[in-house]
Design a protein around this ligand. Structure first.
Ligand code: ZN
Length: 243
């Protein structure tokens, strides 16, 4: 009897300690994520501090964290009517995948092109995220505002532009891996499934992203990989949050 009592309280203490450790781990992950992000942003240039803080603020407001997110650089466009109109994105019902149709360009090149539209007034175009051929990810527009990327679906979707090396529009392995991780994380954040992930082609019939219009079976495989990634993110979040 005595032993049993001892055993129970020992179990209880052990569970408590386990909970404490998990809490501590989550706290460390959050602090680490914030520190890394801040360091990247400071390294990239002072005016970007506000940009990163903006996305952080959004995550915080929604009681979310960067757990399960791929590394990405926040380099928001300056507000302007050609690429960042500042119109609130009130609901997020999908994620639209695009390709840049500009072989060999980097994520930063594309972000800078969007930024330049405020002076060139050449056209109205932008994207929330750009994924580069080396897997680098740049965020251009906060997830609380619309981007000019997906026509009639600008008002209720997030957009991801992907860089590519040649006219086939095929993504590199690095681009693919980052795209799956980013899309999976965004789906998890905004309660979407892989069925809510669509091609620009599905909105307007535009041949974009070209490779996935030419290879519908590869598109189906991509969606399956996203569905798997959503589960991975979920597991990471659960592990970080504790019981
Ligand atoms: Zn497109």
């Amino acid at each position: 009897m005595k032993r049993q009592e001892y055993g129970e309280s020992y179990e209880k203490r052990r569970t408590e300690r386990k909970k404490q450790r998990k809490k501590e781990r989550l706290r460390r992950i959050t602090i680490f994520g914030t520190a890394v992000l801040t360091a990247c942003v400071i390294a990239a240039g002072g005016n970007r501090i506000t940009a990163a803080m903006e996305e952080q603020r959004l995550l915080k407001a929604r009681n979310e964290s960067f757990v399960g997110a791929p590394p990405f650089q926040v380099d928001l466009l300056e507000a302007n009517e050609y690429s960042r109109p500042g119109i609130p994105l009130e609901e997020i019902n999908g994620i639209v995948i695009h390709y840049t149709a500009n072989p060999g360009s980097t994520a930063q090149n594309n972000r800078d092109y969007f930024e330049g539209l405020k002076d060139s007034h050449e056209t109205k175009v932008s994207s929330h995220f750009v994924v580069g051929t080396e897997g680098e990810i740049v965020q251009c527009i906060p997830s609380s505002e619309i981007a000019y990327a997906s026509n009639s679906r600008n008002s209720d979707t997030l957009s991801i532009e992907c860089c590519h090396l040649d006219e086939t529009g095929a993504f590199t392995d690095a681009t693919y891996t980052s795209l799956v991780r980013l899309t999976g994380w965004l789906c998890y954040r905004f309660n979407l499934t892989s069925e809510d992930v669509i091609r620009h082609y599905d909105v307007t019939g535009k041949i974009c992203p070209k490779y996935y219009v030419d290879h519908p079976e590869a598109w189906e495989q991509f969606k399956e990989d996203v569905e798997e990634q959503i589960k991975v993110v979920e597991q990471e979040v659960v592990a970080a949050e504790g019981e």
